[in-house]
Design a binder for this molecule. Structure first.
Ligand SMILES: [Zn+2]
Length: 277
């Protein structure tokens, strides 16, 4: 994978260099998938597992980039967004001469299914909350709320890794859905034990990763959101359907730019930064 700069107004575009297909990173190109977020050009060309990279781009305030890939999957790295953020920080970002486009939530939108629910609510800045409930004794019930400020993504969410239960990992491997060494790109839990050397990066790494996933998926709105996201045992499909529900209701949102002072203060966390390296 190669990240390339792009002109103002480009947005995030995934480019399959092996097929010549360009797919914009927008909810309109997101399709139902198992255990990841998948973009499709509608003609059989797909890119899967985009969510952690999208979280890194959102968290570093990148509006415009070309993501070149020579295959159908974004590299899993360590299962978090940290390796992508580290690479972006090494080259740095620049402010471009157009105001940042943002999506402001004007009224509550909620979707739910048997297993969970997701909602977007009006808020003056961007904030998220998440609740998970697993039968596994180590994961259990976890809950977290974050109001985003400068560096919130880097300090609170960026390093949280994907996770799976050992039984599931073996089942998924048998079904061909997991390849390679799972311990390198996910936290694997067996009973009350973490199998990875070094254990967890945060004691509540599981709920933090769910926040990271939702944060990356929400960036498929086409820009930062001004509002509150609430996830209750929700997954990628919920966030995808939530964005579809938001944009289906013209009274629920409006497009704005981060030009006025109040917005800028609220979104300071996403201001471009210069690399020191
Ligand atoms: Zn994830």
């Amino acid at each position: 994978m190669t990240l390339r700069p792009a002109a103002p107004g480009t947005g995030i575009i995934f480019r399959r260099v092996d097929t010549g297909a360009d797919i914009p990173a927008l909810w309109t190109h997101s399709v139902d998938a198992t255990l990841c977020t998948l973009l499709s050009n509608g003609e059989g060309i797909e890119i899967k597992t985009i969510e952690h990279l999208m979280a890194a781009l959102a968290g570093t305030g990148i509006d415009n980039a070309i993501v070149e890939l020579d295959g159908a999957e974004v590299p899993a790295m360590d299962g978090s967004a940290a390796p992508f953020v580290a690479l972006i920080d090494r080259v740095g970002t620049v402010a471009q001469p157009l105001p940042r486009r943002a999506i402001k939530v004007l009224k509550a939108v909620e979707i739910s299914s048997q297993c969970g629910s997701a909602a977007l609510l009006p808020d003056h800045g961007f904030s998220m909350s998440f609740e998970i409930a697993f039968e596994n004794p180590l994961i259990g019930c976890q809950e977290m709320m974050v109001a985003f400020e400068q560096d919130t993504f880097r300090t609170e969410l960026c390093r949280a890794r994907s996770f799976g239960l050992l039984d599931d990992v073996e089942r998924l491997r048998a079904a061909g859905l997991v390849r390679g060494g799972s311990l390198e790109n996910a936290v694997v839990v067996s009973g009350a034990r973490v199998l990875n050397h070094g254990g967890l990066r945060y004691t509540d790494e599981f709920v933090r990763h769910k926040l990271l996933d939702a944060y990356g998926d929400l960036y498929l709105a086409g820009g930062p959101i001004i509002g509150h996201f609430r996830g209750v045992r929700s997954g990628h499909a919920h966030t995808r359907m939530l964005l579809a529900a938001l944009f289906a209701d013209p009274d629920a949102w409006c497009e704005t730019t981060l030009a006025d002072a109040a917005d800028l203060a609220a979104m300071a966390w996403a201001e471009p930064r210069r690399a020191h390296a």
